[in-house]
Design a protein around this ligand. Sequence first.
Ligand SMILES: *Cc1c(COP(=O)(O)O)cnc(C)c1O
Length: 411
Amino acid sequence: MKQLDIEALDQQDCLAHKRREFVLPSETIYLDGNSLGPLTVQAQRRVRDVTEQQWGSDLIQSWNKHGWIDLAQRCGEKIAPLLGAAAGQVVCCDSVSVNLFKLLACAMQLNPERNKIVSQAANFPTDLYMLEGLQRMLGAQHCQIELSSSEDLQSCLDDSVAVLLLTQVDFRSGEMLDIAEWTAAAHQHGIQVVWDLSHSAGALELELDHWRVDFAVGCGYKYFNGGPGAPAFVYVNAKHQPNIEQPLSGWMGHRAPFEFEPAYQAASGVKKFLSGTPNILSLAALDASLEVFADVSMAQLRAKSIGLSQAFLQLLTSAPELHELRCVSPLDAQQRGSQLSFEFNHAYGLCQALIERGVIGDFRAPNIIRFGFAPLYLSYADIAQAVAIMIDVISHEGHLEARHSERKAVT
Ligand SMILES: *Cc1c(COP(=O)(O)O)cnc(C)c1O
């Protein structure tokens, strides 16, 4: 294998200047942007302005004066092009979990003769938990759930299925599904598809309109750097919008909330997916952070993310000290999202020992250490240094030290 020229890679990096737009502590190599994106300079400024000037001084007038009332929609319109979506189909609100509930219920309405929802057994737990909740509410005779392995998924798709719920990038392995292919396969049987893009949006090139996606949700606090608990986004294909009623019909999704009518009448368009009063502080941070994407293309981001992860993999596999780490992500970069995951007996201890040395990745039970490669603020030098530190930790058995074995509430 060709020796990597880290310096040259950094010199050729057309995104290198973007790092200045992030507030990152020095001496930290942040390989966890797939769990919580870092603070952006823009978000820090905006939150200060929203608290001091808007909330602090203009108080309730800010709903009109500073456009708080339609921030959820404006934020959605900023995200739309990053998903390959035309205007009028994306709005930001609530969490991925809550939005999954809304979308699954709507997708079921479009197939009233059918009662089955198919998903992956290895899906992110909250997706499965929300499915269970929907089933408890509708009753098992109206909502049957079938969970499949990725190998058997194709054979589960037939004309009895109402809805297919898939997550594009597996949170454990990083394995990536082909959205166009699976959506088309489902549509052949008249199945509505809901995509969870939590580990995709802001990292991968997406073409939701072109791929004829029905519904999608995704995360505001991962690659979009919206801050802890940032609102999620909802994508609803325009062709479905007139034909569905979402179940959490709160006043912000009403046609005219300030008419205070006793009966609910849904707003037209994707706005009907709003429920309660938007989270202005969080939305403002997300809206400001999205500015970072204004002058870059998703193709540039994806290319660098692949470059970073391939460099990491090459350095790691050529280090004999690290041969006990077994890569469980697809080795072909086109088959995985923006992360690499490794099985390792002492994954938790290694993760903690690395954090102590400033290399932040995360641990996923039972034995996986996971690294995310967010291309907007990582350099190739960071990657080389992270691997060097990992070699140092493992060769000095830092990962076996007792203080690294105590499991914290959040891993
Ligand atoms: C992070 C993540 C979520 C998060 O859901 P919240 O309700 O916003 O906490 C959901 N699904 C997947 C696949 C995720 O990776």
